[in-house]
Design a protein around this ligand. Structure first.
Ligand code: ATP
Length: 369
């Protein structure tokens, strides 16, 4: 996804690798392998440091996010490459909440960027749609909304039980994500922006989104902007995805929309994402989770992790290498060198090796110069 604001780096780009649980631990090494292959053509070096945070460590030591971890990542690393967290042995998913939500909130990664790009027409379930019809990006607010954990239960486990979950929306939080989406559109020559909410029902919280949107859009007269209620947007994304270019929305709706988008473009195994604070240490991860049902079988699709790594390279300023990784993924799709979820019969490692060989053999980043 070209044009993510960079973190200006030194001589080396330092990457913290957190493979995590389940298929996260299987796909992440493939992404690192392709990153290593593609970075050989770069002027700057990529350095990887792996961290074993996840269910295994939590069960063994009771530790989720170790103390000092946030400061370490913030001060010593440029980016984080993340796999997935989730393990049936930890039904509460406490470790996942502490680590992933902890990093999103504590590193203030307020932009969740989820590109939806169809890379091969056979991958979409929409009849008659091709690559040029499905090319949009969803910006999900990532630090507020219903995910802040404010609320409680009253009279638990009685017939009178009441549960409250607060939806937090600050002017600062709403404004910065809407502004980021407009800036992205302008810098990447994306013509159209759609802000989506449910202000007809959620009059207070999304009334704020409406007011902020009206103010900010005035500064971006060069971008064609409009508003759709979230239910209409979900319907329109399926009916005619060509209408959409940049979409910006709140935390909950962005979560749902990006899974809808992932399916339009070939499924969860292919979808990348970035959790970004411009100019600061940011985190890149595939949209999928730990998929315990297929973990350990060597059949997980590594392309979501590889495309997330390409987003990370873009963020770090390795523009040509990012493009080379995307070209390699497109080639694998064209050749049908893919895992079972995409109709192929290759293994996770097989696809990773193929991509690494492809970028090296073709010296892709040099060719793209
Ligand atoms: P978690 O609890 O960690 O979110 P989950 O299984 O509930 O895990 P996902 O991992 O997001 O949710 O995926 C849902 C299903 O999609 C998986 O069970 C798996 O069948 C399929 N899937 C997801 N990612 C991949 C992948 N990379 N390769 C192949 N199949 C995948």
């Amino acid at each position: 996804m070209p044009g993510i604001p960079m973190r200006s780096g030194g001589q080396k780009a330092r990457i913290a690798v957190i493979p995590g649980d389940g298929i996260g631990a299987e796909v992440t090494p493939q992404a690192v392998k392709v990153l290593q292959a593609v970075s050989r053509s770069a002027d700057r070096e990529l350095e990887f440091v792996e961290f074993d945070w996840g269910a295994e460590k939590y069960l063994r030591e009771g530790v989720t996010l170790p103390s000092g971890a946030v400061e370490l990542l913030r001060d010593e690393f440029d980016a984080i490459l993340f796999g997935a967290l989730g393990d049936p042995r930890v039904p509460s998913n406490q470790h996942a909440a502490d680590i992933l939500l902890g990093l999103r909130f504590k590193l203030d990664l307020y932009v969740n960027a989820r590109p939806v790009e169809l890379l091969h027409e056979r991958l979409t379930p929409l009849r008659g749609r091709t690559e040029k019809d499905i090319r949009l990006i969803v910006f999900r607010e990532n630090t507020e909304g219903l995910y802040v954990g404010v609320g409680g239960v009253f009279k638990q486990d009685t017939p009178d039980e009441v549960a409250v979950q607060e939806d937090i929306n600050s002017r600062k939080g709403v404004e910065r994500i809407i502004r980021y989406a407009f800036e992205y559109a302008r810098q990447n020559r994306r013509q159209r922006l759609c802000m989506s909410d449910k202000s007809n029902a959620m009059t207070f919280a999304h009334g704020l989104w409406q007011r902020v949107f009206k103010e900010v859009r005035q500064e971006y007269a060069d971008i064609e902007s409009r508003h759709l209620f979230i239910d209409t947007l979900a319907m329109e994304m399926v009916r005619d995805p060509r209408q959409f270019d940049v979409i910006v929305t709140c935390n909950l709706f962005g979560d749902i929309l990006s899974d809808l988008g992932a399916q339009l473009a070939g499924g969860l195994g292919l979808a990348p994402s970035g959790n970004i604070h411009p100019g600061r240490t940011s985190l890149f991860e595939p949209v999928h989770g730990s998929a315990p049902n297929i973990a350990g079988q060597g059949i997980a699709n590594p392309l979501g992790a590889v495309l997330s790594s390409a987003m990370m390279l873009e963020f770090l300023g390795f523009r040509l290498q990012a493009a080379a990784m995307r070209v390699a993924v497109q080639a694998a799709l064209r050749e049908n060198y893919v895992t079972a979820d995409l109709g192929g019969d290759k293994t996770t490692t097989g696809v990773g090796d193929w991509l690494a060989n492809f970028v090296e053999k073709n010296n892709l980043a040099k060719q793209l110069k």
